[in-house]
Design a protein around this ligand. Structure first.
Ligand SMILES: *[C@@H]1O[C@H](CO)[C@@H](O)[C@H](O)[C@H]1NC(C)=O
Ligand SMILES: *[C@@H]1O[C@H](CO)[C@@H](O)[C@H](O)[C@H]1NC(C)=O
Ligand SMILES: *[C@@H]1O[C@H](CO)[C@@H](O)[C@H](O)[C@H]1NC(C)=O
Ligand SMILES: *[C@@H]1O[C@H](CO)[C@@H](O)[C@H](O)[C@H]1NC(C)=O
Ligand SMILES: *[C@@H]1O[C@H](CO)[C@@H](O)[C@H](O)[C@H]1NC(C)=O
Ligand SMILES: *[C@@H]1O[C@H](CO)[C@@H](O)[C@H](O)[C@H]1NC(C)=O
Ligand SMILES: *[C@@H]1O[C@H](CO)[C@@H](O)[C@H](O)[C@H]1NC(C)=O
Length: 425
């Protein structure tokens, strides 16, 4: 966990009144699914690439926007760094980051793009009463827009992820594909050949990246070379519903996995547009016992048949998940504010880091079937040593875990976690 090293710098910042975090958390859901947006000064915007925490590894995640045909970039640095072809020679501009808010489960960016006010919420859920949902390593992205001049505007929004999420080296080969159904459309990508239980520079080499959207009219998708897919969006405000099937190295014509939503001409979004992104490892732990090694699996697979079934549930649950998150955030912030506002800010940054440091696993029975009663939690030191279950990191996270097990948002099933942690310490 990087909770401990960060405490010192955050405490200094508390004394400066408002906490200016060194990075805005975007996805913090498992030891390997951790992405942040550097925020080194009050003037920095969102037109930089998100990165993996420890190694400054770029995680390709491009967000683009068209308002009345004018081009804006809401996340990443594709416009600045990658040659895009824009037919009418228009220039794309970064949006203005007006403010941001960090709650225990959410980072909310408020942006201005022309006459549109945009809110983007990155929700890494903490699910105190549901181990299945807690163990599902996915983050929601909610997109809302509202006109600031009283008029309606033509609006299209775009998001892609690159193969950089699947390996620390861009010379490794990535495979991907897209699956459409009446409920969801998703892209998946994985390093090839499969690298079971391998990490390099702290990053998982054996994870599958998922990028998912809810099927709807106005939704289009595409996979392919970054400049081709992004230029297509910028020129047309739509994607081709086509797949690039020439698998190659991550950095060889940079394949990206994209969605676009065309809202038509609106004055505001009636409800948030939702995307999901996740990074799944299965098996996720090799557990050495006196009777040999056990391969453990993510807990959520004991309740859902497979990842697509879980993703369909996750997307369908997006509205409720956001409401649960707001309720939990209010509870945590209210409890922490009883100490001080600085402490509330600190807890807001630390909560999802504690929960995101955990792998919640199930074992298998003698027939190889997942055994939902055989639950073990593991914690990784995401920040410094990469060790599993380091005593000092578990100790540092104990206040948060005790809060979630015994506080008002009680997680009865987490009694097992306390039990396990006590056994280790
Ligand atoms: C991270 O990497 C980028 C691109 O390689 C570089 O421009 C930047 O200075 C690096 N930042 C840090 C903190 O090392
Ligand atoms: C775009 O710029 C190129 C090079 O300057 C020029 O040849 C072309 O006519 C321009 N296209 C439009 C639509 O203005
Ligand atoms: C963004 O959030 C702020 C603060 O909650 C709210 O006042 C504003 O109306 C929101 N804008 C949109 C476009 O949803
Ligand atoms: C793509 O699809 C096939 C078959 O539907 C599946 O087995 C495979 O794991 C998928 N994912 C990747 C990253 O190739
Ligand atoms: C835009 O879409 C049209 C048809 O939908 C297609 O012919 C054209 O090639 C597209 N433009 C780009 C740049 O992809
Ligand atoms: C168990 O796993 C460890 C770590 O991967 C490995 O070093 C060891 O050889 C394995 N033992 C057996 C019996 O497979
Ligand atoms: C499932 O796990 C529980 C708890 O470890 C154990 O008591 C039970 O025997 C296991 N069931 C099977 C079928 O292996």
């Amino acid at each position: 966990m990087f909770l401990v090293p960060l405490l010192a710098s955050y405490l200094l910042l508390v004394q400066c009144q408002s906490i200016q975090p060194p990075a805005i958390p975007l996805t913090v859901r498992s030891p390997y699914f951790q992405s942040y947006l550097s925020h080194t000064s009050t003037t920095s915007g969102t037109n930089i690439w998100p990165s993996f925490w420890t190694t400054n590894h770029t995680l390709g995640w491009s967000g683009l926007l068209r308002v009345d045909g004018s081009l804006y970039e809401w996340l990443g640095s594709a416009v600045e760094q990658v040659g895009l072809t824009i037919n009418n020679n228009a220039t794309a501009k970064p949006v203005t980051l007006q403010s941001y808010q960090i709650t225990p489960t959410r980072s909310v960016l408020t942006l201005q793009a022309g006459s549109m006010n945009i809110n983007i919420t990155f929700l890494s859920p903490i699910e105190p009463s549901d181990l299945t949902l807690q163990s599902f390593p996915f983050t929601y992205i909610y997109f809302e827009a509202s006109s600031t001049d009283g008029n309606s505007h033509s609006l299209q929004v775009y998001e892609d992820f690159s193969g950089e999420w699947t390996s620390s080296q861009t010379t490794n080969v990535v495979h991907w594909n897209t699956t459409t159904s009446s409920s969801i459309i998703y892209h998946e990508a994985q390093r090839s050949p499969y690298q079971s239980m391998t990490e390099t520079n702290d990053m998982a080499e054996d994870a599958t990246l998922y990028h998912v959207a809810t099927s709807a009219s106005g939704l289009t998708y595409q996979t392919g070379e970054d400049t081709v897919v992004r230029s297509r969006f910028l020129n047309n405000g739509s994607l081709a519903n086509s797949q690039d099937t020439t698998f190659r190295e991550i950095g060889d014509d940079w394949p990206v996995f994209a969605f676009c939503n065309d809202f038509g001409t609106i004055s505001s979004t009636s409800s948030p547009l939702v995307w999901g992104v996740g990074l799944v490892r299965n098996g996720d732990i090799t557990y050495a016992t006196t009777s040999g090694n056990q391969t453990r699996h993510p807990y959520f697979l004991s309740r859902f048949a497979d990842v697509p079934t879980a993703m369909a549930y996750f997307m369908n649950d997006a509205t409720n998940a956001l409401e649960r998150a707001k309720t939990l955030d209010n509870q945590i912030v209210s409890d922490a504010s009883a100490i001080s506002s600085g402490y509330a800010d600190l807890v807001s940054l630390a909560s999802r880091q504690v929960m995101g440091g955990l792998e919640i696993t199930v074992g298998t029975d003698s027939n190889g079937r997942l055994n939902a009663s055989d639950i073990l939690f593991f914690m990784k030191d995401v920040g410094n040593s990469q060790r599993t279950n380091p005593v000092e990191a578990m100790y540092a996270s104990f206040p948060a875990i005790l809060y979630f097990t015994s506080g008002k948002p009680r997680m009865s099933k987490y009694d097992k976690l306390c039990h396990i942690l006590t056994d280790f310490t």
